[in-house]
Design a protein around this ligand. Structure first.
Ligand code: FAD
Length: 505
């Protein structure tokens, strides 16, 4: 190993997981350097990209010495063209009352459904805070983890255990149609089951996506959905301040070209400008595909690993449309408080499935599903920040040729709910998954750096053999959303990865 390691750890990428990882290591007296390719840290935690976020758990917060940011809870509104919207806040009594104005049957079923899903998401969540066990690894701690995992599932009781096992591979549509009659309610829950993924509501595995989402959102369907006071950038600012106080060095505009490998071990990084830096451990906050193919280099991978990474599914399906406004539009039957809520346009399961279908063939749907967030900052014009699902990563015609008409089709959908939207728009900006890839250095532009599906979860995330934050190269670790448990503003991957790195010193 190179003798001149000036740092204990170099982290490639200053996304929020990289920043969390750096803080945890620095609090254990490790000398840490972050090399971030962009002009600023934060990665996808950017006001242009993220809308509504889960709360950071106390385990993550305490691992970095506390988080002082304010989470503001948000109501979710399923918009209806008739103006008969459904408003849900994550409170059993309020939500029951809201749904019962449409269907008392659905209101009663909602509470039972919620209770069941919440129980299962808690079980799933209990696996999230530690690295998953490694299969085929004869270590006592891995056996113990496996045992605990099995025990948590078993503790559900026989009936729930059978139900949990039955539901894991299911599609969410069947479950919703079994439980509810109101198509708007079905559409809303189905939307939240597939957001950020490459699945339609009728795709097997869409149900586990919802459980995953609930696990990070306080085990609730519509509670645990927040905005950060002052904007999501506050999250990054806070983590950077923590880095300063923990003596973490941050180098921005420092794009890492590759890892430096000596004697089959990662010992440093080389920047695009040729600068070289050395450390005892190298940790990548980049997505798995970039980590393996760019930083490690395909010439250093054996055939099996190359094949696994090649087949890792990480094509994004969410585009961002940002509409800068000179005044707020009027949404039918919505007041000011509603405009401060999370608004979803996904009127039924079939609507979502029909939106999903063309994306399988890299085609656009003229009627995408939308999550709309009104963002107001002092001294600035308001914005509509819209998550557009399912925008293909690449299109046959080439995005540049169809961006404009796609934007118009999205605005046409919004105008059904806010007829004066066109009069309010000053500027429009669409970020497609391949724009996100280029601007934020995430291959595929994927929400989670890789699909949340059963074959890419737990001990198979991101790929078998690399599921405990270690890559196939000694000394090189991963700490980003592509690792267990996945994406969203949780910092869990960063925290878990730091533990794996510390155990390796
Ligand atoms: C369109 C979209 C919308 C989303 N909306 C939400 C939302 O509303 N709520 C929510 O909770 N989550 C949302 N997410 C998901 C969430 O933003 C991500 O899961 C999370 O931010 C990932 O954090 P990370 O730190 O793991 O990675 P990233 O944020 O991707 O950070 C990785 C960092 O590594 C840097 N990097 C990469 N390669 C190199 C290199 N070679 N050299 C140096 N630096 C490098 C990048 O520049 C980047 O800063 C969204 C994601 C997308 C794509």
């Amino acid at each position: 190993m190179s003798g001149n390691s000036s740092f204990d750890a170099i982290i490639i990428g200053g996304g929020h997981n990289g920043l969390v990882c750096a803080n945890v290591l620095a609090r254990k007296n490790k000398r840490v350097l972050i090399c971030e390719a962009r002009k600023e840290c934060g990665g996808l935690v950017n006001n242009d990209i993220t809308n509504y976020v889960p709360p950071v758990t106390s385990a993550v917060s305490s691992s970095i010495g506390g988080m002082q940011i304010n989470y503001i809870p948000k109501t979710t509104i399923a918009l209806s063209e008739t103006g008969q919207h459904i408003r849900l806040v994550g409170n059993q009594h309020i939500d029951h009352k809201s749904i019962s104005t449409f269907s008392s049957h659905d209101a009663d079923r909602f509470n039972d459904f919620h209770e069941k899903m919440s129980k299962f998401s808690k079980t799933l969540g209990s696996f999230m805070m530690a690295s998953p066990p490694r299969i085929m690894n004869n270590s006592f701690s891995d056996y113990f983890k496996l045992f605990k995992l099995g025990l948590n599932v078993r503790l559900l009781g026989k009936k729930n255990f059978n139900e949990f096992a039955r539901m894991i591979g299911l599609n969410i549509a069947d479950e919703l149609e079994d439980n509810f009659e109101n198509t708007l309610l079905q559409g809303l829950i189905a939307h939240d089951s597939v957001i950020g993924s490459n699945l339609g509501p009728r795709s097997p595995g869409s149900l586990i996506n919802l459980l995953y989402r609930m696990a990070i959102h306080n085990n609730s369907l519509f509670g645990g959905i927040f905005q950060i006071e002052g904007g999501n950038d506050q999250f990054t600012k806070h983590l950077i301040e923590k880095c300063k106080s923990n003596n973490v060095k941050i180098k921005t505009s420092a794009s890492v070209k590759n890892c430096i490998i000596e004697n089959d071990c990662a010992v440093g990084v080389e920047l695009n400008n040729g600068e070289k830096m050395y450390a005892k451990k190298i940790i990548s906050n980049a997505d798995p595909r970039s980590t393996y193919f760019s930083l490690l280099g395909s010439q250093n991978l054996d055939t099996d690993v190359k094949r696994k990474i090649k087949h890792h599914r990480s094509k994004g399906r969410v585009a961002k449309l940002i509409l800068e406004l000179d005044k707020l539009p009027s949404f039918n039957n919505c007041d000011d408080i509603d405009l401060d809520s999370r608004m979803v346009i996904a009127p039924s399961i079939d609507y979502i499935e029909e939106t999903f279908n063309p994306s399988k063939f890299d085609k656009l749907s003229p009627e995408p599903t939308l999550e709309i967030c009104v963002k107001k900052a002092s001294n600035q014009n308001p914005k509509l920040d819209i998550q557009v699902q399912y925008a293909p990563y690449k299109t046959h015609q080439g995005w540049e040729n169809i961006k404009e008409s796609y934007v118009e089709s999205i605005i046409r959908i919004i105008s059904k709910y806010a007829p004066n939207i066109n009069e309010c728009i000053e500027r429009k900006k669409l970020l497609t998954p391949d724009d996100i890839e280029a601007e934020y250095n995430v291959s595929g532009g994927h929400w989670h750096h890789g699909e949340i599906q059963i074959d890419q979860l737990f001990m198979m995330r991101p790929i078998p053999g690399a599921s405990q934050y270690k890559t196939h190269l000694d000394g090189l670790f991963m700490c980003g959303a592509g690792t267990h448990p996945g994406g969203g503003l949780t910092g869990i991957s960063g925290k878990n990865a730091a533990k794996a790195v510390l155990d390796d010193f």
